[in-house]
Design a binder for this molecule. Structure first.
Ligand code: SF4
Length: 273
């Protein structure tokens, strides 16, 4: 796909501008795939199994093509805005970026989120027997056909809880890094009247924590014998969530395009006939 085709796609009124900036990237579960240009592009670019396989040359060829087209578009936009990319002090920009990145990485929220990712890994690494036992219990329940018991549904709920925890395990850290970096860079008073990207990123991290906490609550029901470890995880995550709420007091009120502005979204749909 060349840049003209991408531009044409971007003009399609079906798509909600910027919707993919504040989502959780879990397209498989997203109710708004048909409104997302990022999803449409991925489907178009990675439309066969080879191009979706990170170990296949076709994947890297596609990725390199996307970078090439993106760079072309950046250069074109810079030209339109009268910015001469050759005169930019890239070294200074890189140095500033690295300083901000280091501050963000050392921020207590990011440190706690990174630790959470490791705690989750350790828990699952050591939970093999718990899951085997649970599988045996559910198989037995299915065989006995006990009244008031639905092992199939229980197994599906357990899988959902695990999927949620695994999906957000590292996502929270990544989003908080972006939120903290953004909050350092958003220093201009001019930005006060606009929604802040840092609040949007923090909101997505908060939602990921809300869902993870609910999923760990379910895990507690499935594995009461592991109560101490699971409660420790819940305490860690809840503390992190409260800290993020305090650092980003406006995050919960941030309106995510497409997800939180349903009236505006639905009026866009109806105006398309
Ligand atoms: S908005 Fe939905 S479809 Fe688009 S990238 Fe995010 S999760 Fe995927």
């Amino acid at each position: 796909m060349d840049k003209e085709q991408i531009k044409k796609l971007a003009e399609d009124p079906r798509f909600i501008p910027g919707i993919y900036n504040y989502c959780d990237r879990w397209c498989e579960h997203c109710p708004l795939t048909s409104r997302c240009m990022n999803f449409a592009l991925s489907e178009e670019q990675f439309d066969d199994p080879q191009s979706r396989d990170i170990n296949n040359k076709a994947f890297w060829d596609k990725l390199s093509e996307i970078f090439r087209v993106t760079l072309e578009m950046v250069k074109e936009t810079a030209q339109e805005w009268g910015i001469d990319l050759d005169t930019l002090d890239l070294q200074q920009a890189t140095d500033e970026h690295e300083i901000t990145r280091d501050i963000a990485e050392n921020h207590e929220c990011c440190q706690a989120a990174k630790k959470y990712g490791q705690i989750v890994k350790n828990w699952f690494d050591s939970a093999g027997e718990l899951f085997e036992q649970k599988a045996d219990d559910l198989a037995l329940k299915a065989q006995l056909e006990l009244p008031n018991s639905n092992p199939t549904e229980e197994a599906a709920d357990l899988k959902d809880a695990v999927d949620v925890i695994r999906w957000y395990q590292h996502f929270i850290h990544v989003k908080l890094l972006r939120a903290i970096r953004g909050s350092i860079e958003e220093t201009s008073e001019d930005l006060d009247e606009f929604p802040k990207d840092s609040d949007g990123s923090a909101k997505v991290a908060l939602i990921a924590m809300d869902r993870s906490i609910a999923a760990w609550g379910q895990m507690l029901e499935y594995f009461p014998q592991n109560e101490d470890d699971i409660l420790n995880i819940l305490v860690h995550l809840d503390r992190l969530r409260r800290k993020v709420d305090a650092v980003f007091p406006s995050a919960r009120a941030f309106i995510r395009p497409g997800f939180d502005d349903t009236n505006k979204r639905d009026s866009r749909i109806s105006s398309q006939g």
